[in-house]
Design a protein around this ligand. Structure first.
Ligand SMILES: Cc1cc2nc3c(=O)[nH]c(=O)nc-3n(C[C@H](O)[C@H](O)[C@H](O)COP(=O)(O)OP(=O)(O)OC[C@H]3O[C@@H](n4cnc5c(N)ncnc54)[C@H](O)[C@@H]3O)c2cc1C
Ligand SMILES: *[C@@H]1O[C@H](CO)[C@@H](O)[C@H](O)[C@H]1NC(C)=O
Ligand SMILES: *[C@@H]1O[C@H](CO)[C@@H](O)[C@H](O)[C@H]1NC(C)=O
Ligand SMILES: *[C@@H]1O[C@H](CO)[C@@H](O)[C@H](O)[C@H]1NC(C)=O
Ligand SMILES: *[C@@H]1O[C@H](CO)[C@@H](O)[C@H](O)[C@H]1NC(C)=O
Length: 501
């Protein structure tokens, strides 16, 4: 019975869609824009369609209505206005590295505005600022800024786009020193849902500026940002330590790291994370300490001492000291070059942002490590977990007030990423990969008080998170909804985790 009830509107909708596309002619109208502005537009049926709609995460396979490659904001404005007329939704894609293919709309039938023609980086040496077009990849930003002795806080992977980074967060090893990428943004050039081309800064459209820094994709298509840049440190060290533990030993190690993060007098110049990987036997866990140090290497050991004093001798240690550019190359896996096509993966990821005010208990740490040491050993998925130190003393991330940007969390101690790939990094993603990550996260959450005020990181976006509004945005969500009503009342920018109208 239910099936029939749902089938009728779906059929009607399909017929309407077909009429729209064939009759009134989305294709025809888009082609009109394509010719008027000389914008390349790829439609289903084009030989290039498969290539331009391939997501980074092959767990998804969405069919956009069209993929447009504009070169100017005015062309994006025309596409947005057309989409309003024909009642289609629009989405921006920059680096295409969304975990859930939100850059393709996160569903079928969306018009994708691909920003790959927006890749300029212009540095103003005198002002210490830079204008970065939003289709630029992080690797190219590092090299462009380093040529001027400057740098920006952001993640490590060269192929990730500044588009998703500067609108949703952007964490990297210099974030305790300089903040998230969104914290460096001074203004956005943005195309609004009604096609208006405008800017957003603390002076112009301050509400929009607030919303763009944490939930940008729901409010507009940014074509460029102006950022403050930072003096690239003359010396930087990327380090790693590695241990093998039983579950209980691993829980103690993470507990020691938590105490270190909470109590040590850490300068902003240190980045540190615990990397958890499969143990070398069932019941064991491999624990790494990885990090960056942006002061002379001679002061690193004394900074790590409070943690290392509580740890047994490591199995391996690596130190790599050089200039800032050298450290960025190391973190990118040896190269910042983005000329070859980006790779792909087939994966699922979850996250936990642990509040500094309520650290994980020993019980929670032990239940976490028990799941990891056992199910983590037998699971068919390839996985790694990263416990990233966002907080601690002198963290620039937490120096920003919670109300200052729409990013939901300014009191986080750890952002933990749980990432698991399908065997061979190819589809299908096994069901047991979902249950493994659910069990791992639940092992912590269920061991903590029911009102534990944890969050999740919006750039490790999770398509299976029911209470994402609360977990991504916390108390900022209510204001985001009000502003969505102002800037995009018809929901032109709608995807699974967009701010609801
Ligand atoms: C391999 C890999 C490594 C990563 N490492 C890190 C890391 O170290 N630190 C970290 O913080 N994150 C990291 N991430 C997560 C990354 O920050 C997010 O996936 C980010 O959103 C990707 O941005 P993008 O432009 O490449 O993606 P896209 O898929 O193009 O876009 C992501 C989202 O942002 C929106 N968007 C993109 N461009 C614009 C724009 N111009 N205007 C408005 N909205 C826009 C899209 O619509 C979409 O919703 C990593 C991801 C991957 C896959
Ligand atoms: C249109 O763009 C293509 C490349 O995108 C270029 O080769 C061509 O010269 C352009 N035509 C006009 C009329 O600008
Ligand atoms: C598991 O870890 C413990 C603690 O480090 C170690 O003594 C033991 O040898 C490990 N088991 C294997 C098979 O490596
Ligand atoms: C720091 O510690 C490492 C590992 O114990 C050691 O190899 C290195 O010599 C130390 N560096 C300094 C400057 O003391
Ligand atoms: C477009 O939307 C903005 C933000 O709501 C508004 O200020 C502007 O007046 C609108 N422009 C038009 C032409 O409706």
């Amino acid at each position: 019975m239910l099936k029939v009830v749902f089938k009728i509107p779906l059929l009607v909708l399909l017929v309407l869609l077909v009429l729209l596309v064939e009759g009134q002619g989305l294709d025809g109208q888009l082609s009109g824009i394509g010719k008027q502005f000389n914008v390349s537009i790829i439609l289903p049926g084009s030989p290039q369609y498969a290539a331009v709609t391939q997501p980074f995460n092959l767990r998804f396979n969405f069919n956009p209505a069209a993929v447009a490659f504009p070169t100017h904001a005015q062309e994006i404005s025309a596409i947005v206005k057309l989409a309003n007329r024909v009642n289609y939704q629009v989405v921006a894609r920059s680096g295409g590295h969304s975990y859930v293919a939100n850059g393709l709309g996160g569903k079928n039938g969306v018009i994708v505005v691909d920003l790959r023609s927006f890749q300029k980086v212009e540095v103003d040496d005198r002002a210490g600022t830079a204008v970065i077009e939003m289709g630029t990849r992080l690797g190219d930003i590092v090299t462009s800024l380093a040529a001027h002795g400057r740098a920006l806080p952001h993640g490590t992977c060269a192929y990730v786009g500044i588009g998703g980074h500067a609108t949703y967060g952007g964490y990297g090893f210099t974030s305790r020193l300089w903040g998230l990428t969104i914290d460096a943004v001074l203004s956005f050039d943005v195309v609004l849902a009604n096609g208006t081309v405008t800017t957003a800064s603390s002076k112009v459209n301050p509400d929009l500026f607030w919303a763009m820094r944490g939930a940008g994709g729901s409010f507009g298509i940014a074509t460029a940002i102006t950022v403050k840049t930072f003096l690239a440190p003359p010396t930087a060290t990327i380090f790693s330590y590695n241990w093998q533990f039983t579950a209980a030993g691993a829980a103690d190690a993470l507990g020691a790291f938590q105490t270190f993060g909470l109590t040590a007098n850490l300068p902003g110049e240190i980045a540190a994370e615990i990397v958890i990987t499969r143990g070398n036997a069932q019941g064991n866990v491999t624990i790494g300490l990885a990090g960056g140090w942006y002061r002379p290497v001679s002061q690193l050991n004394v900074t790590l001492k409070p943690f290392l004093d509580r740890m047994p001798p490591p199995r391996t240690i690596t130190f790599d000291t050089g200039d800032y550019l050298h450290s960025a190359i190391n973190l990118a896996g040896g190269s910042l070059d983005t000329s070859a096509p980006p790779g792909t993966d087939t994966f699922y990821a979850k996250s936990l942002m642990t509040p500094q005010s309520v650290p994980m208990t020993q019980k929670a740490l032990l239940s976490l490590m028990n799941v990891i040491a056992n199910e983590g050993f037998t699971t068919p998925v390839g996985w790694f977990f990263q416990v990233e130190l966002f907080g601690g003393k002198n963290s620039a991330i937490n120096a920003v007030k919670r109300e200052e940007t729409s990013f939901g969390h300014r009191d986080t101690l750890f952002t933990i990423q749980f990432y698991a790939s399908a065997p061979g990094n190819r589809p299908p993603y096994p069901r047991s990969g979902f249950t493994f990550l659910d069990n791992v996260v639940n092992s912590v959450v269920n061991a903590m008080p029911t009102d534990w005020p944890y969050g999740t990181y919006v750039n490790y976006v999770d398509d299976r998170l029911d209470d994402w509004q609360k977990r991504y945005y916390g108390s900022n969500y209510a204001r985001l909804r009000r502003l969505k009503g102002t800037y995009d009342p018809r929901g032109l920018f709608s995807f699974p985790t967009s701010i609801q109208v």
